[in-house]
Design a protein. Structure first.
Length: 212
């Protein structure tokens, strides 16, 4: 190995180590902040199907809870690591089928039920997609945190790359954007495989109103 390459590798390793050190320090400070911890404990309670385990953060949530670090130059290397963790967690459909029933997909996208303290354990969880996206041009009420989904397949095409990207994005959006506002539907078991296949159909089936 040439000396210049070795120096570059050492510099990169040093940068990643420094980024990890800064971030670990910030998280340790947060963890040891008594006022912060009391606020978290006092603000949540276990009720119904929701437990206090929901305030336990994984690596992705911890990273994104420190926006100053996450959006800094030092955080770039960590951001890539976080995205890699989420990419590796995605499973492709077990039956090899990406496209389900768009009519069921539309129902899932328009449902915001499930996974709250007032729901039963067997309540079917919806995608709540309308909260952040316009799904159909005919809709008069929708969120705009995310882009419009209207014409998703029509505009992007139906190549294998588009299909896989769409599947991955629904499963775990943080694979592409570590601090995406979009829920990790598969990671937290909010939607099952069949439901995701049906939402895929809503976005990519030629007969879906999304692509009309």
């Amino acid at each position: 190995m040439k000396m210049t390459h070795l120096k570059q590798l050492l510099a990169i390793s040093g940068f990643i180590f420094a980024a990890d050190l800064v971030h670990s320090s910030a998280l340790a400070q947060q963890k040891n902040d008594l006022k912060y911890n009391k606020m978290i404990q006092d603000s949540f309670r276990a009720e119904g199907i929701t437990g206090l385990n929901r305030i336990d953060q994984d690596a992705t949530q911890k990273f994104c809870s420190d926006p100053q670090f996450a959006n800094s130059k030092q955080g770039e290397a960590m951001r890539e690591k976080i995205q890699k963790i989420n990419v590796d967690s995605i499973q492709q459909p077990s039956d090899g089928k990406y496209i389900g029933d768009w009519k069921n997909g539309e129902k899932i996208a328009q449902s915001g039920r499930g996974a709250t303290w007032s729901d039963k354990a067997d309540t079917v969880i919806g995608g709540g997609c309308y909260n952040c996206h316009q799904i159909d041009l005919k809709e008069i009420s929708y969120g705009n945190i995310g882009p419009s989904l209207s014409g998703h397949g029509k505009l992007r095409g139906y190549s294998k790359e588009v299909v896989t990207y769409t599947w991955n994005r629904i499963n775990n959006s943080k694979a592409y954007n570590a601090c995406s506002n979009m829920p990790r539907f598969a990671h937290f078991k909010l939607l099952n495989e069949q439901q995701i296949q049906d939402v895929m159909a809503l976005l990519l089936d030629h007969e879906s109103p999304v692509n009309k």
